[in-house]
Design a protein around this ligand. Structure first.
Ligand code: ATR
Length: 274
């Protein structure tokens, strides 16, 4: 039986056990996937004990993603570029680290809004760890004009420098002007998350064919997505990205590439509503 895990601190809110548990059952595989809370001080020892405890790999979430990056023995290009690891597995006895956030973001938009990348201009709100994965994803996909807006301009400038040509950094005050000709708007800030301040942006001047996405998924309909719906714009929600980012890990650990279905989405929605 193959054993996998998700670790974070805290970890009780993670929906990953539900996702992987659903797939293990669906594909009738003899495996397990459990949530393990590990304090930052204990994380290196936890990684060292994986083999002895027969784990084939697992997911890593806040606050361990950077430490997992530093401590794994091999890293995939996406993890290298993003500077964080969210998926671990063993290959030839070595602990390998990947980052599936960029994949999950792109796969979700490809599934829910095919052709979304026809135009090459995007506005990204936020310049933290999550934004890094999104900028990397958009560059990978060939977008040529990526505008980062952040409360703290220096963080946006650092990201723009890090990822090079085609990326610009701006202050929040420039948003009304910046969003007029973009075909994609992505919120990577914590604004709009349950219990946090709302995100209020006037979308009336946005292109009619623009796609508006949020990586926040609690609540599912964030203030930004609500505004987009009211403006008649296409949207992509954060839950889709969460489901798709889980696919590569499951395949590494259990050998089956799982499908993201409406049924799985409903399992998570029922849990969120229950
Ligand atoms: P993550 O790794 O999840 O991206 P983070 O690194 O803490 O988390 O980044 C959070 C993002 O939300 C940042 O872009 C942050 O802006 P700053 O860089 O200026 O801190 C943004 N953010 C958080 N609270 C905000 C607020 N009240 N107003 C505007 N932006 C906010």
């Amino acid at each position: 039986m193959r054993k996998a895990f998700v670790t974070g601190f805290p970890i009780k809110h993670s929906r990953s056990p539900l996702i992987h548990g659903h797939w293990l059952k669906k594909y009738d595989l003899p495996g397990s996937y459990e949530a393990i809370e590990v304090a930052p001080d204990s994380f290196p020892a936890f990684l060292n004990s994986l083999k002895d405890n027969d784990y084939v790999g697992g997911n890593v979430t806040i606050p361990h993603k950077e430490m997992a990056f530093a401590l794994c023995q091999r890293r995939e290009p996406a993890a290298e570029e993003i500077g964080a690891v969210n998926t671990l597995w063993f290959e030839g006895g070595q602990l390998c680290g990947g980052n599936t956030d960029a994949y999950g973001f792109l796969a979700n938009l490809d599934a829910s809004s095919p052709g979304w990348d026809k135009h090459k201009t995007a506005l990204v709100l936020g310049a933290g760890g999550a934004s890094r994965a999104i900028i990397y994803a958009l560059k990978q996909r060939g977008l040529t004009d990526i505008r980062i807006v952040n409360r703290t301009l220096t963080r946006a400038e650092e990201l723009a420098d890090r990822f090079g040509s085609g990326i610009s950094a701006h202050e929040w005050i420039a948003v009304p002007e910046l969003l007029q000709d973009v075909s994609l708007i992505v919120n990577t800030t914590s604004l709009g998350m349950e219990g946090k301040e709302s995100l209020s942006i006037d979308l009336s001047d946005v292109r009619r064919d623009a796609l508006v996405t949020d990586i926040v998924y609690v609540p599912l309909e964030t203030p930004l997505l609500k505004a987009a719906h009211m403006a008649g714009l296409k949207t992509g929600d954060g839950l889709g990205m969460l489901l798709h980012q889980a696919v590569p890990g499951f395949e590494h650990w259990f050998g089956v590439r799982p499908e993201v279905t409406a049924e799985l989405r409903n399992v998570i929605l029922a849990d969120m509503n229950g």
